[in-house]
Ligand binder design. Structure first.
Ligand code: ADP
Length: 449
């Protein structure tokens, strides 16, 4: 973090520094060139007066000057040059500044000198005898300027570097410190704080995620608890018939059963075994609903057809108990999972028969509206006391445990019904009075969105 801030500050400082340097260099270059030119003109004027008074001897006296002095005759021949041998020099009449001086009295130019191999400023003056005196000096360059400014430039760069370092460390501290104080468990406690204003949307998102994580965690814990309870209940329920079977078997083994009682004993063992089979099959159905209802096949199903099939399966049982079961209603096509719809009708009818009275009746009714299909199963049985109605859909919950066991109940039928209804987004209600009978009504939406 600190490194990144430092790099950002340092880059900005460097850009500003280089831009200002280019600007200052440009301005300085123009300024110093102007000063150089003005000075050269003054020096030329002075030298011209000297030349008129003392001729070349005057120049001989001028040792160690910073200028190059060239005196040119009116025909362009170089009479004197303090830096080159005048005898070897070419005619200077065509030099720009010389031409200008002949024409206007003064002339100046700036160009690369082939004689001295550097860029020069030239200032020429026409003297009264027709000759021309020319002074030139090395033109200042950007590099000379840069070299001259070297020290202050290095100093400013160093200053910028140190300032960036200090600023970066302070800034990163100021940014990071309040962030480090945030408690990820309760990010919203830090919202509204001035120093965290910029990251408030992040705090809100963190809070949302925290809430979601907590919710998921709670759901996972709840599911795992339900699973644990279910496993404990299931093994307990399975143990009961197993104990009974092994008890009966032991009595038989020890010869403690009279020969005439052997048949009823075998019947009891068979009943317990059947109970176990029913339990295992209900447990498997529920586990399947829990685990892979998502993979079951959805299709268009006629609920009335499913109801008739389920009634066919329980008719024999109803007959045995002297209970009439009848269907009425109409075609009601809905989008559903056939085996689950079947298990809803089957379990409701099975209960309506099991918890009925001799000579009682069960009425199954299917109706259809624009967007829903309704199944109702009404019986004239023992009814469900009001206080139990909200709990009968719980796994292994029975109103009368021993009665349920006697008639082969597992306590899982209504849980399967509820689960299957939930998968279909169906609404399930139970009505009826104790001792008068019960009506279960399931309202299915026809389409699943
Ligand atoms: P069980 O296998 O014991 O029938 P269910 O889950 O199917 O388990 O039902 C739970 C309890 O709800 C039953 O034990 C019974 O007490 C009560 N119950 C269910 N259906 C009826 C009904 N039609 N009439 C009276 N009581 C019922």
């Amino acid at each position: 973090m600190s490194n990144k801030i430092f790099n950002a500050i340092w880059s900005v400082a460097l850009i500003v520094f280089v831009a200002s340097l280019v600007f200052v260099m440009g301005v300085s270059y123009t300024y110093f060139s102007g000063v150089q030119k003005d000075q050269l003109k003054i020096e030329t004027e002075l030298a011209a007066q000297g030349a008129m008074l003392g001729g070349t001897e005057y120049f001989e006296l001028l040792k160690d000057v910073d200028y190059r002095i060239t005196w040119i005759d009116s025909d362009g021949t170089v009479i004197y040059d303090n830096e080159a041998d005048s005898g070897n020099m070419e005619n200077h009449m065509q030099r720009e500044e010389v031409k200008e001086a002949v024409k206007y009295g003064w002339g100046d130019a700036s160009r690369y000198s082939t004689t001295l191999s550097e860029r020069q400023f030239y200032e020429a003056k026409l003297l009264s005898d027709g000759s021309i005196l020319r002074l030139s000096s090395k033109q200042i360059t950007i590099w000379t300027l840069l070299l001259a400014f070297g020290q202050p430039i290095a100093f400013v760069a160093l200053l910028a570097l140190i300032a960036s370092l200090i600023l970066a460390s302070r800034l990163s501290k100021r940014i990071v410190e309040p962030i480090n104080k945030i408690d990820p468990e309760r990010p919203l406690d830090f919202a509204g704080k001035k120093e965290l204003k910029e990251i408030e949307p992040l705090l809100r998102r963190m809070n949302m995620q925290q809430t979601e994580i907590k919710r998921n965690q709670e759901q996972l814990e709840r599911t795992s608890q339900i699973h644990q309870e279910f496993t404990a209940n299931a093994s307990h329920e399975l143990k009961t018939p197993l104990h009974a079977i092994s008890g009966y078997a032991e009595l038989l083994e020890n010869g403690m059963v009279k020969p005439e009682d052997i048949r009823p004993f075998a019947g009891k063992i068979r009943n317990e075994a059947q109970r176990m089979t029913k339990l295992v099959s209900d447990i498997l159905d529920l586990t399947k609903l829990d685990d892979d209802s998502g993979e079951m096949q959805w299709e268009e199903v006629d609920l009335s057809l499913v109801a008739r099939n389920a009634i066919d399966s329980v008719e024999a049982e109803a007959d045995d108990m002297g209970i009439s079961i009848e269907f009425s209603g109409e075609t009601a096509v809905l989008q559903g999972i056939p085996q689950l719809l079947y298990s809803i009708v089957y379990n409701l009818c099975d209960n309506a028969i099991k918890y009925n009275r001799p000579g009682g009746a069960v009425k199954v009714f299917v109706s259809s509206s624009d967007d829903s299909a309704v199944l109702s199963v009404r019986d004239t049985g023992i009814g469900i006391p009001e206080e139990h109605k909200s709990r009968i859909f719980e796994r292994f919950y029975r109103v009368d445990k021993s009665h349920s066991r006697e008639i082969g109940g597992t306590g899982l039928g209504l849980s399967i019904v509820k689960h299957a209804a939930l998968i279909h987004h169906a609404d399930i209600t139970v009505s009826g009075k104790e001792k008068e009978g019960t009506t279960f009504t399931v309202v299915f939406p026809k389409c699943q969105y």
